[in-house]
Design a protein around this ligand. Structure first.
Ligand code: ZN
Length: 230
């Protein structure tokens, strides 16, 4: 019996890394040759649901590793992997950096100001990547494909004029605000936590599954799987 794709009914042709493998530094790019690619998660995938195919994985690496909340492993990926990719295929980087704006960011905890660059976001593309990662993790964690409604919300994207991206029923929204508390005691999965880990929370008595995805220590996304309308 052959496997079906994690995201559709087509037969799987390959295995796809979830999240994309490019997020995890090769040992030559880590300090002291640290192994940050231990037991990466893969799921069966068809040819259409391959994150690496359309450079979406590289775009995702761009967005995460240049985020102010990301840790030093992410910075290292910018200086190595992204730099090499950019030299080989400059088009993506050029497109991303074309419309940047110099901004000042104030650390709300310390009050210290940082010079930063605001990069316009391709929200549709980011959402496409996050949705596939959400579905992939569900397939990996539960061993079956999720077929109901779902939403993956990037908590790490901030902008002065950003409109709320959530459009969910009241109940999941309340859960979203309580996410920190909900996940406080849940197991952390992922063998390279400096790059990625996730948690799962299934509220008792509700037909709902929540996942918390954490990239580079500081970039968090919350996935909602609910049998309500998607
Ligand atoms: Zn597919």
């Amino acid at each position: 019996m052959s496997d079906t794709c994690f995201a559709c009914d087509n037969p799987a042709a390959t295995r796809e890394h979830v999240p994309p493998a490019c997020l995890f530094p090769e040992s030559k790019d880590t300090q002291g040759g640290q192994d940050l690619r231990r037991n990466l998660i893969t799921v069966p995938a068809c040819v259409d649901h391959n994150l690496a195919k359309s450079c979406d994985d590289t775009y995702f690496l761009w967005v995460l590793s240049t985020n102010l909340s990301a840790n030093s492993v992410a910075r290292q990926q910018v200086a190595t992997k992204l730099k090499r990719t950019n030299e080989r295929r400059p088009a993506l980087g050029k497109a991303i950096l074309r419309a940047t704006k110099d901004v000042t960011v104030i650390d709300s905890a310390s009050g210290i100001e940082h010079d930063a660059v605001e990069v316009p976001l391709d929200g549709g593309r980011l959402q496409r990547v996050l949705d596939l990662i959400g579905l992939g993790l569900y397939r990996h964690h539960f061993g079956k494909r999720w077929v109901g409604g779902f939403r993956v919300h990037p908590d790490f994207i901030g902008s002065a004029d950003s409109s709320p991206m959530l459009n969910l029923d009241t109940d999941p929204l309340i859960l979203f605000h309580a996410a920190e508390k909900l996940f406080a005691t849940e197991v952390k999965y992922g063998e390279n936590p400096d790059v990625f880990w996730y948690q799962v929370h299934e509220p008792r008595g509700k037909n709902l599954c929540l996942m918390r995805l954490v990239f580079y220590d500081g970039c968090t996304a919350t996935a909602f799987f609910s049998d309500g309308p998607g």
